[in-house]
Write a protein that binds this ligand. Structure first.
Ligand code: ZN
Length: 167
C-alpha cells in the first residue's frame, strides 16, 4: 500500500500555515488514508499534512485508545484547560526529544472525512497529540519549544546531516 515520505526539519514546508479545506472530496479522503498508512508504517501516533509536503488542514491521529483512528479536516482547538510538561518526539525531527508544555485538557472542533462536524473533549495523551498536530498546521514544531542555545545546536545538526546526504 502506498505511503508518503516524511518531510524532515528544516524543510520550509514545516513552517507554512496550512490552508482550510473547502470541499472534502475523494481526493482528500485518499490523502487521509495515505497519511494514516504513513503514520502506522512509522509507528507514530499522529501525522499532519505538512509532514507529507501538503499545506492543507488535514491530520490523522491514533493514540491506540478507544477513539481509534481519527482522520480530521480543519481541526481547531476551541478550549484549553490546565498545563503539563512532557517529552515529545516528531517524525520530522528524528532523534530529538523536547519537553513541551501543553494544556492538559482541550476541546477540538473539526470535520470528519464525510464533512460532518465533530467535537472532542479529551485529556492526557490524546489532548497532547491534538495540540502537537494542530501546531504543525500552524507552522510550529517541537524545536520551537527548545531554549535558543539548544535550538541552534539542533538546527546545525540537521543542516549538516542534509549537507552530507546531498553528496
Ligand atoms: Zn510532529
Amino acid at each position: 500500500m502506498d505511503t508518503f515520505e516524511i518531510v524532515k526539519y528544516p524543510s520550509s514546508i514545516l513552517r507554512k500555515k496550512a490552508k482550510e479545506v473547502k470541499h472534502i472530496s475523494a481526493e482528500q479522503r485518499e490523502i487521509l488514508d495515505r497519511m494514516a498508512r504513513t503514520m502506522y508504517e512509522n509507528e507514530a501516533v499522529g501525522v499532519a499534512a505538512e509532514q507529507v509536503n501538503l499545506d492543507i488542514k488535514l491530520i490523522v491521529i491514533d493514540a491506540r485508545d478507544k477513539h481509534g483512528l481519527l482522520k480530521l479536516v480543519n481541526p481547531e482547538i476551541i478550549e484549553k484547560e490546565g498545563m503539563e510538561y512532557m517529552n515529545e518526539q516528531c517524525l520530522s525531527c528524528p532523534g530529538v526529544a523536547v519537553r513541551v508544555p501543553r494544556a492538559s485538557k482541550v476541546k477540538v472542533r473539526a470535520k470528519n472525512e464525510r464533512g460532518e462536524d465533530v467535537t472532542f473533549e479529551v485529556d492526557g495523551l490524546l489532548a497532547r497529540i491534538f495540540q502537537h498536530e494542530i501546531d504543525h498546521l500552524n507552522g510550529r514544531i517541537i524545536i520551537d519549544y527548545l531554549n535558543p542555545i539548544k535550538k541552534i545546536f539542533v538546527y546545525f545538526r540537521f543542516y549538516l546531516k542534509n549537507l552530507f546526504k546531498r553528496r
